[in-house]
Design a binder for this molecule. Structure first.
Ligand code: NAP
Ligand code: F7E
Length: 355
């Protein structure tokens, strides 16, 4: 049987790396687009890469979502059966600082791919768009599903809304198999270090080995519906295996605050903490025998000009149609992230002590 060919934008990211792994296991030929960088940006996929002079099913190409010609040429040469558009400027906070760039990549980047598919008349291509719970900024109902109202609160959310809707328009106008996964927050040991979960687990692990002093966070009271990236990338693949293109919400159905995340992670690592103060003066105090020290402080620079306060997903449709059955929950997600970060911190502390 002929092997399926997939093209992944954002292959060097958290999801791209897990998806590439999954598709290679399923015997796909996988092509990924990477950006030229002056330092290595392939850390998450190095274990998959084999020099193309030898036998491999994994190929990397330089490209950028802002570069229509390269996108068009790559799609035309590779002729993939499936395209997963995971590339994005994906940080909500950064999108307030670089709004135009975020719109170029996270918004228009999607249109560039869809236009290439349309011009090339590649009718058998299936296209997946990485939509997000950041489309839902305002609490209209108890939880959010495929029919909930959108109300993005950031340049990132607005760019993703453009991408979400243009995907729908191309599906309905040109009969392209174009689907979206409206994924709620998903984390993993491979999560970027400036996202709040990773910032917390990495800090706590390093604190455990005496490598850090204090962590600075922003809004502790935002609530998120957190799942594991390994569970969620499997749904990205499943969405493209359906008979018809459609939109699916992927979420855990549970919501926790940033403070809940800190409390659970501290409990798992064995740190006893108490919270004192209010607002910008709120702090987590670490109690170690009779000694008390400040573990976490608030820094207002991590607050966003506009915040999505509350997110909880309703994935009934995915449970039924995609047989979505996540293996991880809030506690086991934190356990997985902490285990990983503890082993890295241990290595760093050994290196430091050997110097
Ligand atoms: P991520 O770790 O930030 O990865 C983003 C990827 O996009 C990286 O490979 C990055 O390349 C690439 N990229 C950035 N700018 C690009 C450009 N101009 N041209 C081409 N590629 C570019 O994100 P993720 O967490 O894996 O998320 C994957 C996708 O799902 C993103 O679209 C994100 O917005 C969306 N999403 C994520 C979540 C979540 O909770 N993780 C939830 C819903 C939706 P470099 O490595 O070179 O930076
Ligand atoms: O923030 C609060 C922050 O940056 C989560 C992206 O993958 O998921 C992600 O977006 C919450 C927010 O993720 C800090 O204000 C407090 O309320 O980890 P985050 P996000 O903004 O939810 C969605 C679904 C995506 O699509 C995005 O691509 O935590 N928070 N203190 C903080 N956040 C950060 N980053 N850093 C802090 O110090």
């Amino acid at each position: 049987m002929k092997k399926k060919i997939a093209l992944i934008t954002g292959v060097t990211g958290q999801d791209g790396s897990y998806l590439a792994e999954l598709l290679l296991k399923k015997k796909y030929i996988v092509h990924g687009i990477i950006r030229k960088s002056s330092s290595f940006n392939t850390g998450r996929i190095d274990h998959l890469y084999i020099d193309p002079h030898y036998k491999t099913n994994f190929f990397l190409h330089y490209g950028d979502l802002t570069d229509s010609n390269t996108i068009y040429n790559l799609i035309s040469q590779i002729k993939p059966n499936e395209i997963y558009n995971l590339g994005a400027q994906s940080h909500v906070g950064v999108s307030f600082e670089n709004p135009e760039y975020t719109a170029e990549v996270t918004g228009l980047g999607t249109l560039r791919i869809l236009e290439a598919i349309r011009f090339l008349k590649l009718k058998n291509i299936k296209f997946y768009q990485a939509s997000t719970s950041e489309l839902f900024g305002k609490k209209f109902d108890k939880s959010f599903n495929e029919n909930s109202n959108f109300y993005p609160k950031s340049p990132y959310g607005a760019s993703k809304l453009f991408s979400h809707w243009i995907t729908k328009i191309y599906r309905e106008s040109y009969d392209i198999f174009a689907s979206t996964g409206i994924l709620f927050n998903h984390e993993s040991p491979r999560r970027g270090e400036t996202f709040v979960t990773k910032k917390i687990t990495r800090f706590l692990a390093r604190k455990f080995y005496g490598l850090e002093k204090t962590l600075f966070l922003g809004n502790l009271y935002a609530k998120r519906d957190w799942g594991h990236a390994i569970d969620y990338v499997e749904m990205q693949w499943k969405i493209l295996q359906q008979r018809k293109p459609d939109d699916y919400v992927i979420s855990s159905g549970k919501s926790y605050s940033v403070k809940d995340f800190v409390n659970e992670a501290c409990k798992q690592i064995g740190f006893k903490i108490i919270w004192v103060g209010k607002g910008l003066n709120e702090r987590a105090i670490l109690i170690n025998k009779n000694k008390r020290s400040t573990l976490i402080k608030i820094d207002k620079r991590y607050f966003r000009p506009s915040e999505v306060d509350y997110l909880i997903g309703d994935s009934k449709k995915a449970f039924k149609e995609l047989k979505f059955k996540p293996k991880y929950n809030f506690k086991s997600l934190i356990r997985d992230m902490l285990n990983h970060d503890m082993s890295l911190a241990k290595k760093d502390s050994l290196l430091l002590n050997n110097d």
